[in-house]
Design a binder for this molecule. Sequence first.
Ligand SMILES: Nc1ncnc2c1ncn2[C@@H]1O[C@H](COP(=O)(O)OP(=O)(O)OP(=O)(O)O)[C@@H](O)[C@H]1O
Ligand SMILES: [Mg+2]
Length: 241
Amino acid sequence: MVDHAVLLEEVTRTYGKGATEVAALRRVSIGFPRGSFTAVMGPSGSGKSTLLQCASGLDRPDSGAVRIAGQDITRFGENELAVLRRDQVGVIFQAFNLVPSLTAWQNVILPSSLARRRPDPSRVRELLHRVGLAGREGHRPAQLSGGQQQRVAIARALLGRPEVLFADEPTGALDRRTGHEVLALLREAVDAFGQTVVMVTHDPEAAAQADRVLLLTDGRIVEVLDRPSADQIGMRLGGRR
Ligand SMILES: Nc1ncnc2c1ncn2[C@@H]1O[C@H](COP(=O)(O)OP(=O)(O)OP(=O)(O)O)[C@@H](O)[C@H]1O
Ligand SMILES: [Mg+2]
């Protein structure tokens, strides 16, 4: 039996009511095996971000279950969700949620500090260096570009080595070189530390770093590709992109 870090069972999420109702996810069932790297692709509006938000406990599905470490997190209250996010789940989302008054360094160590862990300064330095922020440790978010702020959020998510890491277009705003480094960090999280990574991307090259690619269309998983090449992904996306 596969050991799933995260398991979605018949997850449905609908936004709005009546004429404006949108089914963002339609009875999606999928498991993310422990220590695997999954890329989620599909057209704009197909439900990728909704999938990550429901799977990470940031959003609550209308029906269905989301199991993390055997527990259905859709039944969690706010406190349990906060503990889940502190201890088990890392997120890199389009809104970076950095604290404006804190420096890059302070933002990176904040969750660890709140969890009363003592982050190793050499690892904080290494992470900031690898995401291309060496020399920016003392800058506040307002003094950083959008892409740089996102890299702070990436370093912050990686520092605690969460069991599961959800990333929504983590390389979308980055130049090629920084994008490669971020993908290498995610791959390393899986290969060296057995973490489970789920990443939304529009980039076939980035998706080719994953073990598996899910294609979403209109709130459903329409295809699962195992270890596809960038060319195979590009071909499958074809008209759907
Ligand atoms: N808060 C919301 N209120 C109403 N509708 C929403 C909300 N969030 C998402 N939707 C709708 O749900 C559908 C799925 O949205 P979602 O953000 O998951 O798409 P996506 O695949 O991440 O797209 P993109 O590639 O553009 O980021 C879309 O039709 C979107 O308009
Ligand atoms: Mg999205």
